[in-house]
Design a protein around this ligand. Structure first.
Ligand code: SF4
Ligand code: SF4
Length: 248
């Protein structure tokens, strides 16, 4: 496989219009999600079986005690070595596949027989979600149907600000590094996540934990088997999210 494809999500340009969130629902023919006011403009509160993309909002105190908002369009990172796939490969062959052309990580109908917790606990980014009644799993598909036909993913096509970018992975790496260098002149703590092992890179103006507890996964501890380590990390991050009472 070539370098495949990747997203560069430049959160500095994101205005939280949520066009990407809606475009994802529209292309994938996903129903609207009933929501309640939980004291935050992020809506709905969580990713779900019917919501593959969610623009997260986080409010912080800025200079002179003025509020500043950090926006984080959350989605599957299409890991180069997907932790979810590691978790199910021993149980069901072909349950999770990698698209040769793009590198997209795709869930198949063969997952229907497995315990959904095996996949939910394996993802260090807390992405896949199970349907309440059936336990079936779903997440972002990278819009492979569109990409194989020469189109951009729906979220990228609709983004009006240049925050969502998509293309060959090596080109997105170069674009990300260039934008990071520019961002550093205004935001000294700016960072670019995911270059080593993911197909979704986030350009952030500040440290990842100020955006979302699962914005970045920790590396597995030395000497620990990778799969076990990642499962442990997934759980510890979940506990952290519970403590913050924001994303439980
Ligand atoms: S982000 Fe989670 S669901 Fe997506 S490929 Fe990686 S491990 Fe799998
Ligand atoms: S469409 Fe672009 S600007 Fe609007 S919320 Fe999504 S990433 Fe942000």
């Amino acid at each position: 496989m070539s370098s495949g494809k990747a997203f560069l999500i430049d959160t500095i340009l994101c205005t939280a219009c949520r066009g990407c969130q809606i475009a994802c629902k529209q292309w994938n023919q996903l129903p609207a999600t009933k929501t309640t006011n939980w004291g935050n403009m992020q809506n709905p509160k969580h990713l779900s079986y019917d919501t593959y993309k969610l623009v997260r909002f986080q409010e912080h105190n800025g200079p002179e005690n003025k509020p500043v908002w950090y926006f984080f369009p959350d989605q599957c990172r299409h890991c180069l070595e997907p932790f979810c796939k590691d978790a199910v490969d021993g149980e069901v062959s072909g349950g999770i596949l990698i698209d040769r052309q793009t590198g997209a990580v795709l869930f198949t109908n063969k997952l229907k027989g497995i315990n959904p917790d095996d996949v939910l606990n394996a993802c260090p980014f807390d992405i896949p979600k199970a349907q309440e009644k059936t336990g079936f799993l779903a997440k972002c598909t990278m819009c492979v149907d569109r990409v194989h036909n020469g189109l951009l993913p729906a979220c990228v096509k609709t983004c009006p600000t240049g925050a969502m970018n998509f293309g060959d992975r090596d080109k997105m790496v170069k674009m990300g590094k260039r934008r990071l260098a520019e961002a550093k002149t205004r935001f000294p703590r700016a960072t670019l996540t995911g270059l080593e092992d993911l197909r979704v890179f986030y350009l952030l103006a500040d440290v990842p934990e100020k955006y979302y507890p699962y914005a970045e996964a920790d590396l597995p501890p030395a000497g620990m088997d990778r799969k076990t380590a990642l499962r442990k990390i997934g759980r510890s991050l979940r506990e952290l999210a519970g403590e913050l009472d924001l994303y439980s």
